[in-house]
Design a protein around this ligand. Structure first.
Ligand SMILES: *Cc1c(COP(=O)(O)O)cnc(C)c1O
Length: 379
């Protein structure tokens, strides 16, 4: 431990060898299809500055973000010959920025396709794009009728080079859902209208479905970052993050003492409490109030009372007196309490916990060159 790390309130550890292991596992799973990395929302909260170069080094060639601003942010990290795609589509006025930075938009509507085509004609140069079709989720993409209309437009076919035709699965986390096969059939039919384009349908959950779902490019997000994309599939990916918070005060309270805002937790008998340096402003969900826990060694430390903005209190009576001291770190996400456990206790999904990870944490990076935690801290 260096000095910086020993004074931080909470520490987020990011395990790059685990990230690469998950990437390789998914890539092998979908081969011969390509595996694209979805790095929207700052790589699901882990940080594009460390995640993207790691995946570039691992051989990833396709990177999906949600917003143009996210694409521009990672542009310097992506070598020539590899591609950045913007899932949320081509916002009017953004066309020239995409072209000038070599960013490939996902065209989600006829109007977007039209504007991209107009620019290609104006510049007298065909432009690359991905076309998204709605295969049943009713969220983004052209309706089947619009896709058919566009497929019949010779001008569009000549001036817009479709790198891929894509769609998104609504129920990939439920392998048994009939909606998956229905979407796949609809997608396959629409994709056949654009026979030269690669096909892209699967997210992480889709990667775990039958190979018929893998297409030519699968787009994985959550599984890269270590969470199981499907309910109870027993496909544990390597955990990529670990979260620890520091004990900033210890106290003993008497029977009936109220704790935290609203005093809505009351000590039942004499209790020992520890206040931790983490709160909802760090992305630690307030919905864990009175439900979640921290861990010290093998001992569960239940959250006592409401989570504050910058701190929360846990009941440490289960630990032998003197075991825990001010300044010690306790585990919030790790070996004893997985990301999935925290999400369940908070009434949400791992995606929301990850993308909510706050910028206040000290970030400790487990580097690629070694498995043992020889640590480097990012300022
Ligand atoms: C976010 C997203 C993904 C990645 O989904 P995961 O479930 O995290 O693998 C893939 N495709 C689209 C269109 C997305 O919006």
């Amino acid at each position: 431990m260096n000095d910086f790390e020993s004074i931080e309130g909470a520490i987020l550890t990011i395990d790059l060898p685990a990230l690469v292991a998950n990437y390789e596992r998914l890539r092998n799973r979908v081969a011969p299809a390509d595996l694209a990395a979805v790095v929207k929302a700052d790589a699901y909260g882990l940080g594009v500055q460390v995640v993207v170069p790691t995946l570039v080094a691992a051989g990833c060639s396709h990177f999906f973000v949600a917003h143009l601003a996210e694409a521009l942010a990672i542009r310097p990290l992506i070598p020539v010959g590899r591609t950045i795609y913007v899932l949320n589509g081509l916002i009017a006025g953004a066309e020239a920025i995409c072209v000038d930075h070599g960013i490939v938009p996902v065209l989600n509507s006829l109007a977007q396709a039209r504007r991209w085509l107009d620019l290609a004609v104006q510049r007298k140069c065909p432009l690359h794009a991905v076309l998204q079709v709605d295969s049943g989720m009713s969220r983004l993409g052209l309706s089947p009728a619009d896709a058919e209309y566009l497929a019949a437009d010779a001008h569009f076919r000549r001036y817009v080079l479709l790198r891929a035709i894509m769609s998104h699965l609504a129920c990939a986390d439920k392998p048994e859902s009939a909606a998956n096969e229905q979407q796949r059939e609809q997608f396959t039919r629409l994709a056949s209208l654009f026979p030269d384009a690669a096909q892209s349908l699967a997210n992480s959950g889709g990667c775990l479905l039958d190979s018929a779902f893998h297409g030519d490019i699968a787009r994985a997000g959550i599984a890269l970052y270590g969470a199981d994309p499907a309910d109870g599939t027993d496909q544990p990916f390597a955990p990529v993050i670990r979260l620890d918070a520091r004990v900033i005060q210890l106290r003993t309270v008497l029977d009936g003492t109220g704790v935290g805002y609203g005093l809505d937790w009351r000590a039942c008998g004499e209790r020992r409490l520890a206040t931790l340096s983490i709160g909802y402003a760090d992305g630690w969900p307030r919905s864990l109030s009175r439900r979640g826990a921290a861990w010290f060694g093998d001992v569960r430390l239940p959250i006592a009372g409401r989570i504050s903005m910058d701190s929360m209190t846990v009941d440490v009576t289960g630990l032998p007196l003197g075991t825990l001291e001010e300044g010690d770190l306790v585990e919030l996400i790790g070996q004893h309490q997985r990301l999935e456990d925290v999400a369940r206790d908070a009434g949400t999904i791992p995606y929301e916990i990850l993308t909510g990870l706050g910028p206040r944490y000290a970030r400790r990076i487990v580097p690629l060159t070694c498995r043992a935690p020889v640590l480097e801290v990012l300022a």
